[in-house]
Design a protein around this ligand. Structure first.
Ligand code: RIB
Ligand code: CA
Length: 313
């Protein structure tokens, strides 16, 4: 089977960085057409900096990286330095990037790429707020039907929210954008906190990264050691939840994941539950399913895959 053509839309973020590295290490399954950056974990100048640093860490200065939207569609930007550090990529001491950003705006790149490829051959993989994706759909509705699938990290249901009692960060930052994406009709695979909180970097798993002994292995170990302190303190968990790499891993080994095709809608009215992903898990409404909501993964299989692939870089 030929590799899947994808665009990663991202707000690096240590977990975003690992998702990008896993994609770069998997050319048999993934043809990365480009990386589009969005404001989220940190402001846009930092997410574009961090994306370039990660590609240079993987010695992949050939990757096309684009700057996108610097704020949500209709709300002030909320960032997460308290989780990711002031740079958004605290942990490893990586050199400032030398590679340049593409001149084209990320939204234009998304539109142009979907128009240039046969319908149903390009998958969008957003792992930050959905501002770029929704803006592309608003600016060029003709591309919506061309998207093969959207595999996104975002949302929560049984696991409830991580930034408010009801909402997960990516959806909360830009709920209007998320509503556009969830109503778009594009086939959705959703990686919510329900599954990503089961992808925990335990001490043993972190040691496996570090024992690769490569710049990538050591940097990933340093990223997850930094990134885990927030979740350890808040949830008392055994390590950092690797949210975004669940998206890339699904492209390589979908069999590691399980979920249910249900109707999922986004709260965009009440401030109390703003950004909540309301999943009709038990089918109590007549609302048509619009997303495969992933609830579980084979965590050992996930980390074996991740470690094996990172060793290639
Ligand atoms: O809630 C987790 C998500 O928010 C992840 O994508 C993380 O990188 C942050 O963007
Ligand atoms: Ca992210």
């Amino acid at each position: 089977m030929p590799p899947r053509k994808i665009i990663i839309d991202t707000d690096p973020g240590q977990d975003d960085a690992v998702a990008i590295l896993l994609a770069l290490a998997s050319p048999e399954e993934i043809d990365l057409l480009g990386i589009t950056c969005v404001a989220g974990n940190v402001a846009l100048p930092l997410t574009t900096r961090n994306a370039r640093m990660v590609c240079e860490l993987a010695t992949r200065r050939d990757v096309a990286i684009y700057a996108g939207c610097d704020r949500p569609l209709g709300r002030d930007l909320v960032t997460a330095e308290y989780v990711h550090g002031k740079t958004g990529l605290d942990g490893p001491d990586l050199p400032e990037p030398q590679m340049l950003l593409q001149d084209q705006h990320a939204v234009e790149f998304i539109i142009e790429t979907l128009r240039a490829h046969a319908p149903g051959t390009v998958t969008l993989c957003p792992i930050g707020p959905l501002t770029n994706i929704a803006t592309a759909f608003n600016n060029a509705p003709d591309i919506i039907d061309k998207v093969q699938e959207i595999i996104l990290m975002g949302g929560a249901y049984f696991e409830v929210g991580n930034v408010t009692p009801a909402a997960e960060f990516n959806i909360y930052v830009d709920p209007q954008a998320a509503d556009i994406v969830f109503r778009s009709g594009v086939p959705l695979i959703v990686m919510p906190l329900d599954v990503t909180h089961k992808a925990l970097v335990t001490v043993e798993r972190n040691a496996a990264f570090r024992s690769l002994g490569t710049p990538v292995g050591i940097a990933v170990a340093q990223m997850t050691e930094f990134f885990e302190r927030y979740d350890r303190e808040k949830y008392g968990t055994l390590g950092a939840p690797l949210h975004d790499p669940c998206v890339t891993a699904y492209l390589i080994r979908p069999d590691l994941f399980s979920g249910r095709h249900v109707n999922v809608q986004v709260e965009v009215t009440s401030e109390l539950t703003m950004g909540m992903t309301v999943a009709d898990w038990w089918g109590v409404t007549q609302n048509a399913p619009n997303a495969v909501f992933i609830g579980d993964l084979n965590a050992d299989g996930f980390f074996d895959l991740l470690t094996e692939r990172l060793a290639r870089l």
